[in-house]
Design a protein around this ligand. Structure first.
Ligand SMILES: NC(=O)c1ccc[n+]([C@@H]2O[C@H](COP(=O)([O-])OP(=O)(O)OC[C@H]3O[C@@H](n4cnc5c(N)ncnc54)[C@H](O)[C@@H]3O)[C@@H](O)[C@H]2O)c1
Length: 301
C-alpha cells in the first residue's frame, strides 16, 4: 500500500493530485488545505475524475493522524497571487515561511517518518526551513528544485533541434530561481555534447528561451501547473518504486550548508547520494553566485 499526502490544493497541489490519480501511482491520497471548501471541492472532483478508470485511488479527507503511516508528503501550500505583479518567486517568502512554520511542527507531532517533497517557493529556502522545522533527516526532505527548469531546458533544446526532449540528457543546476544555470558541457544528445555543437550565443539563447517559456506560462495564465505536477509525480514514482533515478532536486549540500538544485540519486530512502558537480571554472562561478543568492534569501527568514 502506498500513501501520499498533499498539503496545499491550489493549482499545483490539485494538478499533482490528479496526475497521481490518473497515472494510478498511489493507493491512498490524503488532502490538506487551509480552506475546507477547497478540500471538499478537490475531494469530490478527484473522485469524479476516476469514474470509468480501471484503477482506484482512495481519496482521504484531512486528518493529521493519517500522516503517521504516510509514505510521502508533497508540500505545495502557498499563495501564487503574491507573485502576480513580479513573477519573482522570492516575493512569496513572507507568506510561505509562515505556512512552513505552521506545518513543520504539525508534521513532526504527527509522527510522520516518510519523505517530504517541497514544491512551495522559494523552493530551496522552504525545503531547508521545512527540514529544520519538521526534524526529519536531511535526506528525507528535498525540493523539486531545478527539475521543472531541467524539463524546460530539454523542451527548448528539443524544439530547436527536433529531437525528443527525453533524448536530451543533462540538468539545470542551482537555485529554482533567477540564478539557475545550464552547464552546457554536460548536456548531450546521444554522445554529442551540446557545448561542442552549439556556439555560446546558441547556448545562451536556449537557456533564455527555456526561462522565457516559464515566464510566458506564468503571465499567460497566472500560474503554472502541468510541468511541475509531472515532475512531482515522477519523483513520487521514483521514491515509491525505489528506482534510484538521478534527478535534479533541491537537496542538502553539506559543503555549502544549504539546499540547492543538483543531480541526486533518488530512492526509497530519499536522497541516497549526490553526484559530483564536476563543473568548469566558468560554471563554478555561476554555481557560487547561486549559492550566494540562496544564502541571502535564507537570511531573510
Ligand atoms: N517548485 C516549482 O517548480 C514550482 C512551480 C510552480 C509553483 N510553485 C509554487 O507552488 C506553490 C503553490 O502554487 P499554486 O499555483 O498552487 O498556488 P495557489 O495559490 O493556487 O494555491 C496554494 C494553496 O495553498 C493553500 N494554503 C495556503 N496557506 C495554507 C496553509 N497555511 N495550510 C494549508 N494550505 C494552505 C491555499 O488555500 C491554496 O489552495 C507556490 O508557492 C508556487 O510558487 C513551485
Amino acid at each position: 500500500m502506498s500513501k501520499v499526502a498533499i498539503i496545499g490544493l491550489g493549482h499545483v497541489g490539485s494538478t499533482t493530485a490528479y496526475t497521481l490519480v490518473s497515472r494510478d501511482l498511489v493507493d491512498e491520497l490524503v488532502l490538506f488545505d487551509k480552506h475546507e471548501k477547497i478540500v471538499t471541492a478537490q475531494y469530490k472532483d478527484l473522485k469524479d475524475g476516476q469514474v470509468g478508470l480501471n484503477s482506484h485511488v482512495e481519496i482521504i479527507r484531512p486528518d493529521l493522524s493519517e500522516l503517521k503511516d504516510t509514505d510521502i508528503i508533497i508540500f505545495s501550500a502557498g499563495k501564487i497571487a503574491v507573485q502576480q505583479g513580479s513573477g519573482n518567486r522570492f516575493d512569496e517568502l513572507n507568506y510561505t515561511k509562515k505556512v512552513a512554520e505552521e506545518w513543520g511542527p504539525k508534521i513532526k507531532e504527527s509522527g510522520f517518518n516518510g519523505i517530504l517533497i517541497n514544491i512551495t517557493n522559494p523552493c530551496d529556502v522552504i525545503a531547508r526551513h521545512l527540514q529544520e522545522l519538521s526534524g526529519l533527516p536531511k535526506n528525507h526532505v528535498f525540493g523539486t528544485g531545478t527539475s521543472l527548469d531541467t524539463a524546460r531546458m530539454k523542451q527548448a533544446v528539443s524544439d530547436k533541434l527536433g529531437v525528443h526532449a527525453n533524448s536530451v540528457h543533462g540538468y539545470v543546476f542551482g537555485e529554482h530561481g533567477m540564478t539557475q544555470f545550464v552547464p552546457w558541457t554536460k548536456v548531450r544528445i546521444g554522445n554529442t555534447l551540446m557545448s561542442e555543437t552549439l556556439d555560446q550565443k546558441e547556448q545562451d539563447d536556449l537557456e533564455n528561451q527555456a526561462k522565457q517559456n516559464g515566464v510566458d506560462i506564468f503571465f499567460g495564465k497566472g500560474f503554472t501547473c502541468y510541468g511541475i505536477a509531472n515532475q512531482a509525480a515522477l519523483i513520487v514514482q521514483t521514491v515509491l518504486s525505489d528506482s534510484k533515478k538521478v534527478m535534479p532536486v533541491s537537496c542538502f549540500n553539506k559543503k555549502e550548508g544549504i539546499y540547492i538544485g543538483e543531480p541526486a540519486l533518488i530512492g526509497a530512502d530519499g536522497v541516497e547520494d549526490i553526484l559530483p558537480l564536476d563543473l568548469t571554472s566558468h560554471e563554478q562561478e555561476k554555481w557560487d553566485a547561486s549559492v550566494a543568492s540562496i544564502k541571502e534569501m535564507y537570511a531573510a527568514i
